[in-house]
Design a protein around this ligand. Structure first.
Ligand code: FPP
Length: 242
């Protein structure tokens, strides 16, 4: 049932918007700068988008920061990206916590280096009890990889007698995925003109709407975020309410 703002009750539990942040490399190339320069500019936009969420009625935001396929990039670029993730966590942890953000990481942590893992775990611990905005960062994430890891965990649970194969339903699957109790995305936004979903939230996005925009990620900001939400009738208008 829609209310006057056009948002149904299900969505009012808190809108979930997921981003495929693409185009950093091309943005840097257009400026004759190395690719990491584009990633740095992209990280600033990520911060702006997260900050805008509460005002826009977005309770959950998920960011595709590094895919399982991104290991194919040059050693130099991977090193720069990992350094940027460490730097961004160090620099923003305090403010994110103060803003009431709960930060989680999804993806396979196995190949990530200890220094980065420590920072991720610290940030998750620090923000564990926050509930104003839920920020999920997909790092070494692939949708198929996530489903495979969940399947292996379920197989182990069957072997241990903890669950019966006949009892495995969508709820069981959901529980074993990295996203656990995070609701499915309502909208997935991909920047930079590619109309692909690139192995992002494969199970969770079954019913999501998709927006593909030509804007490169370092040029995407608060205003365009609001415009896209309006396009889908998803922007919460706060008629003097909370
Ligand atoms: C895609 O652009 C972007 C990435 C692989 C990295 C995304 C990372 C950030 C925006 C940095 C910060 C994020 C966090 C959460 C700290 P691309 O390199 O594929 O661009 P191209 O398609 O133009 O080459």
């Amino acid at each position: 049932m829609n209310d006057q703002s056009g948002i149904d009750a299900e969505t009012r539990r808190g809108l979930h918007v997921a981003f495929i942040m693409d185009g950093n490399g091309r943005w840097a190339k257009a400026r004759k700068r190395p690719r990491p320069f584009g990633h740095q500019a992209g990280a600033k936009r990520t911060r702006e988008v997260v900050e805008a969420c509460p005002d826009l009625g977005v309770k959950y935001v998920t960011l595709y920061a590094f895919s399982t396929e991104n290991w194919k990039r040059s050693r130099k670029e991977i090193t720069a990206l990992m350094a940027l993730f460490r730097h961004t966590i160090r620099k923003t942890a305090h403010d994110l916590h103060a803003e009431g953000a709960r930060v989680r990481f999804i993806g396979d942590r196995g190949p990530l280096d200890r220094k980065l893992l420590n920072l991720m775990e610290e940030l998750e611990g620090l923000t564990r009890n926050n509930d104003r905005v839920h920020v999920t960062v997909a790092l070494n994430y692939g949708g198929r990889d996530e489903i495979l890891r969940a399947t292996r965990k379920m197989a182990d649970a069957v072997k241990a007698g903890a669950i019966q194969p006949a009892d495995i339903g969508e709820d069981t699957m959901k529980q074993y995925l990295d996203t656990g109790d995070i609701p499915d995305p309502d909208l997935v936004i991909r920047t930079s003109g590619e109309s692909r979903t690139s192995n992002f939230l494969v199970w969770q996005s079954a019913y999501a709407e998709y927006e593909f925009t030509d804007t490169l990620w370092p040029d995407f900001g608060r205003e365009q975020f609001a415009t896209v939400l309006d396009k889908f009738g998803l922007r919460e208008r706060r008629y003097g309410g909370v």
